[in-house]
Design a protein around this ligand. Sequence first.
Ligand code: ZN
Length: 454
Amino acid sequence: MFLAAGIALGLLSAPAPKNVIFFVMDGGGYNQYLAASMANDRLGKEVFQGPGWMNSSVSSYCLQMTKEPKKTGEQDPEIVYDPAKAWNEKDNYKWLQSTPTDSGASASAYSTGNKTYKHSLCTSDFGEAQKNINDLYRAAGKSVGVVTSVEWSDATPAAMIAHNLNRDNRVEVSREMVEKSGASVIMGACHPWYDGHGRRREKLGDASWIGEREYLMDGSKAWQDIRIIESREDFEALAKGKLDMMGRSRIVGTVRADAGLQIERDSKDWNKDGKIDGEDRKVAPLNGDPFIKTVPSLGTMALGALNVLSKNEKGFFLMVEGGAVDHAGHYNWGARMVEEAQDFFRAIEAVDGWVKRNGGYENNLIVITSDHETGCVYGPESDKIPFQPIQSAGKGKLPKFRFNSGGHTNVLIPVYAKGPGAEMLKTLSTKRDPVRGTYMDNTDVHRLVASAAK
Ligand SMILES: [Zn+2]
């Protein structure tokens, strides 16, 4: 009798975390993670590879390749991850490149636990809004925040807290995020008054990413219960717990740069063709272009978010996205891809420090993964040698690799976790890949990231 009651109350199962912090490296496959560790000279020694951390792999395939509901709810069998197709040395990466998901479908799988079509934001194949992370956590009385190094209404942050038929409906999506979700923290880039290098524009740029809302472009004015910030000083003050919240409880932070924190900053004429364009960024050395000084780091933004979210004594969910790894992969900008992955790792280190000062890994669960790989990155001769490993060029140097595409791939991606429930990475990884070992599905990762919503 006592035992049955104990089981019913969940007393015998693993304790649930109070807080979940979910890191997503957009476009980060194994080789993006490896490249950053090689450049850091910390192969296998990153903070998330230390004592107490669990790891596994994740399949990221979506329900179907169409960008709208098909109203069948049926899984396209051709795109289901299949090791024999994925590691076929005679295929020239064709299957991997023709069957990938996008950030909308993949982040929706994390947020809802269900697979869906590409471009969906937490909408089913029948066009119905699904309960997402924000719905689950807010129902449990907990706070929710999203932080990214790219546009804050881009698919990954949007899928945590909004619902839409298509991620491209940016104005609707960003308005739902700010005005309807009730999320406590929304932070990212794409300020319409600033260019990619953080210079003030003469004319207003694209404001659709912030819902065409003027109140979000002026830090001096606040709206309802939202504190609006945009300067690096304000992000840093928030990270130190010293920002005047002006009596407001929520925060929307739009960094003063277009597209991302550092991804679109100025480049030198690296290929010496007399003009400066995207081609220079394809051949730039690691950290060769000076960084913009007027934008915060992803880690600073994450610490600021934690200062707001941890005010809720019931607990919280925070998603932190390294979003520009994907952008760099699409453009085949090798150095910027690795720089963005390095900044993502520094954000993990900053949050690991916060966790140790705030209840430790008894209360906090950190989950780190990606949504899909971008760029089909393998070794420098991988056009001739299938799946050739990438090679280190030493500390602070760009590792040797090549892009085999400018799009997403359907490869398995890494996942790491530490904290209550992290052992689910083992129990849920029931399928087997000959190279990566056992793996789980992105819908299984939902179980971990939703585990504090009670
Ligand atoms: Zn992408």
